[in-house]
Ligand binder design. Structure first.
Ligand SMILES: *[C@@H]1O[C@H](CO)[C@@H](O)[C@H](O)[C@H]1NC(C)=O
Ligand SMILES: *[C@@H]1O[C@H](CO)[C@@H](O)[C@H](O)[C@H]1NC(C)=O
Ligand SMILES: *[C@@H]1O[C@H](CO)[C@@H](O)[C@H](O)[C@H]1NC(C)=O
Ligand SMILES: *[C@@H]1O[C@H](CO)[C@@H](O)[C@H](O)[C@H]1NC(C)=O
Ligand SMILES: *[C@@H]1O[C@H](CO)[C@@H](O)[C@H](O)[C@H]1NC(C)=O
Length: 544
């Protein structure tokens, strides 16, 4: 009897093991595909209460094998394929000395080469993310819980979503709110901030949503960055939310204390900030007030330097929040790098208190990216982050979402590529999601968003092409990835390359051309890989 029992037990174990192996094979990660819907203006991926596309894949582990993830104007969204580097052409790495006679090849058929050079290394990336504004919180409140959770996973999951790890949050109100607001609006002229003792209910519900996001997306290492748009009106020279303003000198310390009070109340509620900035777009209330209709606080660089050097810097460093990083700038690219040197004219220590330099996208079309490199060169120990971008902000553009616009995705993709090629360590989008008109926004400053929700029904959300453009960077360029030199033989194919902390290589590249093209990736350590890129397509390649 005993041997038979043992035999049966053994059989059972073998069967169980086989079952486990088969189950493991069957659970090979496979994405839920995009439910593509055509609107007059383009194609979006629709998420509803029961369905939402994912990005799931097995990471290549065998040396030489690569995973290619692609999206295109013509409707591919995170399409996957696999291939191998070949060793046959390794000799090609000796620089081609024989010039190819021009007339022998039609220009369009000659393959584009992307050459990797790991010997030239650049910045190490911290990550990617979006902003959780009052409008985002309000819109989420309109959605059915199942849809809300899918969107949390879509953005912040590292296994099924695009793996965001950064989040910007306004301290008090911003323009993407139902109305302007700040802590301690009452009583006025109250330097001790006696009425700033609990979180506003807008913040308690926002923090509850962020906690649900962290749980649902199973991501508990998000880096939160805070930024204030304006103090309560009584602290300002014009006693108003918008218009030309400065902080009253009598309240320099009060405004620093305000930030510490907020960090403490947020911490008590379970939200631990990684960084704060010196305030959103200070130039809005210095020169921009003629066209900026939303809450802002004006600073000149020297006056902000004085505030940081004498008040905010020492107050932060002597508080329980001394490890919270401090970013300054938080304004357009044209402020780089002079803003920081002028801060030091206000106080010699001002920039010593800074851990990072923050820049916004809006004027990138008319200011050169070399300004970012100059700032990075002057302050080599500081992080350079893009902390805001959104399309549809210019007078001649559609304010608000254009459903399915690939042009807008292309704009994001090419500007992110440019930033990464010019010293940027982190890239944060503006509102994570907006409603059909690109709001709510009390100043009617409606803009585009990577995810547009159907706030009418609360049952659908539309992932814009921009969402996929962002995901090609955020999911693959993991925190701690270091950029190396990549040289494309054709300005129509733009590329960035990184060595990740897991030692894998990832490249993100975009075929800007309206025609397809052949690309040969030449990696001195792996050989060559040949790829066919459809017109207007973005790709992430990953290999061990
Ligand atoms: C949700 O989307 C899926 C995929 O497009 C579709 O099959 C399903 O009918 C939708 N469900 C509802 C309730 O609209
Ligand atoms: C690589 O080269 C070896 C011999 O040099 C050859 O046997 C092998 O088939 C090659 N592999 C590929 C993928 O070309
Ligand atoms: C404290 O602020 C609340 C609004 O948040 C206001 O209703 C109340 O009047 C304020 N208290 C004082 C003493 O001003
Ligand atoms: C500048 O900061 C250093 C510490 O980083 C401090 O010792 C020094 O007193 C500061 N100087 C001024 C003028 O505040
Ligand atoms: C949002 O949902 C409503 C109600 O189902 C529908 O009429 C409307 O067309 C939807 N909006 C979009 C942009 O699809």
């Amino acid at each position: 009897m005993l041997p038979a029992v043992a035999g049966a037990a053994l059989n059972l174990i073998v069967v169980a093991l086989l079952y486990l192996i088969v189950a493991a094979k069957c659970s090979v990660a496979q994405s839920v595909p995009c439910a593509l819907r055509q609107y007059r203006t383009g194609s979006v991926c629709v998420c509803n209460v029961t369905y939402c596309d994912t990005l799931e894949f097995e990471e290549p582990i065998t040396v030489g094998e690569f995973l290619l993830v692609s999206s295109s104007r013509d409707g591919v969204r995170f399409g996957q394929s696999r291939g191998w580097f070949g060793n046959a052409s390794k000799a090609d790495f000796i620089p081609e000395v024989k010039p190819v006679p021009k007339q022998r090849f039609a220009r369009s058929t000659r393959p584009v080469t992307i050459q990797l050079n790991r010997r030239r290394m650049f910045q190490t990336v911290v990550g990617f993310g979006g902003a959780f504004t009052g409008a985002v919180s309000y819109n989420l409140g309109k959605l059915k819980p199942a849809l809300r959770k899918s969107l949390y996973r879509s953005y912040y999951s590292k296994t099924v979503g695009i793996g965001y790890n950064l989040m910007r949050i306004p301290i008090g109100g911003c323009d993407f709110d139902l109305k302007p607001w700040a802590y301690n609006e009452l009583p006025v002229d109250d330097p001790m901030l006696t009425n700033f003792t609990v979180l506003d209910e807008r913040d308690t519900s926002k923090i509850a949503q962020i906690q649900e996001l962290m749980d649902v997306a199973d991501n508990h290492d998000i880096k939160f960055m805070g930024a204030a748009w304006s103090p309560p009106r009584w602290m300002k020279s014009n006693n108003d939310w918008s218009g030309s303003s400065r902080l009253k000198a009598a309240y320099y310390q009060t405004w620093a204390d305000y930030h510490i009070k907020y960090l403490q109340l947020a911490k008590d509620a379970g939200l631990n900030y990684w960084a704060i900035s010196t305030g959103n777009e200070p130039m809005n209330a210095v020169i921009g007030f003629l066209f900026v209709r939303f809450m802002s606080l004006g600073w000149t660089a020297p006056s902000q330097g004085k505030w940081v050097g004498e008040h905010l810097g020492p107050t932060l460093k002597n508080s329980d929040f001394r490890n919270v990083k401090l970013f300054s700038g938080d304004d357009q690219r044209y402020t780089f790098p002079w803003w920081f040197s002028q801060m030091n004219q206000g106080h010699p220590n001002a920039t010593n208190y800074l851990d990072g330099l923050a820049v916004h996208w809006y004027w990138d079309g008319v200011t050169p990216p070399a300004l970012l490199d100059q700032a990075a060169h002057l302050y080599p120990d500081k992080l350079v982050f893009n902390t805001e971008a959104s399309l549809g902000d210019k007078p001649f553009q559609t304010h608000g979402p254009i459903l399915g616009s690939w042009d807008r995705a292309e704009s994001y993709i090419t500007y992110i590529l440019q930033d990464l090629q010019h010293s940027v360590h982190g890239w944060i989008d503006w509102n994570l999601l907006l409603n059909e008109i690109g709001g709510p926004n009390y100043a009617k400053n409606y803009v585009e968003s990577a995810v547009v929700v159907n706030a009418t029904s609360g049952k659908e959300a539309y992932k814009q092409p921009i969402f996929y453009g962002l995901g090609h960077f955020s999911r693959f360029i993991t925190e701690g990835s270091t950029r190396f030199e990549t040289i494309s033989s054709d300005s129509g194919v733009i590329v960035v390359g990184f060595t990740r902390p897991d030692q894998k290589t990832t490249l993100v590249f975009y075929n800007k051309k309206s025609s397809s093209c052949e690309v040969i990736i030449k990696d001195p350590e792996r050989g060559v890989a040949q790829l066919h890129l459809p017109p207007k397509s973005v790709h992430s390649i990953l290999y061990a």
